[in-house]
Ligand binder design. Structure first.
Ligand code: AKG
Length: 320
């Protein structure tokens, strides 16, 4: 059989293929960035801002306080009971947590083949992940999709937002010798700058259990917004040393706290967490993003099982 390629041509092909890949990735990246800007300024977000302006929600003092703090420092911390005083709701969330923890630990003990994890983030087991059906019968979905929370998100983003992701996470403890990877490292979320995430601790979280950490003032518009500034699809993972040399330690907030701690934050700002070396950290989370979000342009984590036509217009927009 004739040789089809010389070693030289193989090498050249490798170089060119590598270059071609790099060039096509750069073009694709530029295209995605341009699409984001277009949707933010002209297309999706403009309509969404107009809809919000037509009937802005009336917030109470608690909601206004959260809004002011997220604007000022990028985050606000409250307790679940402040927002949802009904005790039975908390009990339902704890029951959901217990079922999830029991099934996760049974799966992990049997080798972990059935747990829901994403490639590269195997340290987070997810109750839902993507492609699930969720509706008003799910206690966490009920909270995340309630007008009480949606109004805060919409008022913060100053537009009708999309409830893009709803989940419960179990962070698997890592060996003490492990290195931080992925979202355990400081980063900005890449998909949107108009972003509000909520995190509700379902267990007490101490400093060894991978508490969520945030650089106060790193949200868009904050004093540290320009440090590795947010860009759609940006390379948003400086090394830990680089970040710590540029951001004063006093700006770093570490959210240890009891079950029921409820955090609101714009994760286009720098954050990290989930690096537990002792006990599992279990929390519920949800993301509200703008319609221009790179993720919500493409994917939402769930399909709503309730009757969309029975919802008010802002909720229908968020869930539908
Ligand atoms: O698990 C954590 O505390 C970090 C989560 C995170 O990076 C994110 O939700 O964007």
């Amino acid at each position: 059989m004739h040789r089809q390629r010389t070693t030289f041509s193989r090498r050249m092909n490798r170089v060119f293929t590598h270059r071609a890949n790099r060039v096509s990735k750069a073009i694709e990246r530029q295209g995605i960035r341009a699409t984001y800007e277009l949707h933010d300024r002209l297309l999706s977000n403009r309509t969404s801002r107009e809809r919000f302006d037509e009937a802005p929600p009336q917030l109470d003092d608690l909601q206004r306080g959260i809004l002011a703090e997220v604007r000022e420092q990028g985050y606000a911390l409250r307790s679940f009971q402040d927002l949802v005083p009904d005790e039975s709701h908390w009990a339902e969330l704890l029951a959901e947590r217990d079922r999830f923890v029991a099934s996760t630990e049974a799966d992990l003990a049997a080798g972990g083949e059935h747990v829901r994890v994403r490639p590269g983030k195997e340290f987070v087991v997810r109750l839902c992940s993507y492609g699930v059906e969720l509706g008003p019968d799910d206690p966490w979905f009920r909270v995340a999709s309630s007008r009480r929370l949606l109004d805060v998100a919409n008022a913060y983003l100053e537009m009708w937002s999309k409830l893009e992701y709803v989940d419960v996470w179990y962070s698997v403890p890592q060996p003490g010798s492990a290195q931080r990877i992925s979202s355990q490292r400081w980063h900005r979320d890449y998909n949107d700058k108009h972003l509000l995430k909520i995190f509700l601790y379902l267990v007490d979280v101490d400093e060894n259990m991978g508490p969520f950490q945030y650089v106060a003032g790193s949200q868009p518009g904050g004093p540290y917004a320009d440090a590795w500034a947010w860009r759609p699809l940006g390379q948003n993972y400086p090394t830990e040393e680089e970040l710590e040399s540029r951001i004063p330690a006093e700006a770093v907030r570490t959210f240890t706290g009891p079950a029921g701690s409820f955090l609101f934050c714009n994760t286009a700002g720098f954050h990290r967490g989930g690096f537990s070396t002792t006990k599992p950290r279990v929390l519920a989370t949800a993301t509200y993003s703008s319609p221009a979000s790179l993720a919500s342009l493409t994917v939402r984590s769930y399909t709503y099982t309730g009757a969309l036509e029975e919802l008010d217009p802002a909720s229908r927009f968020a869930l539908g």
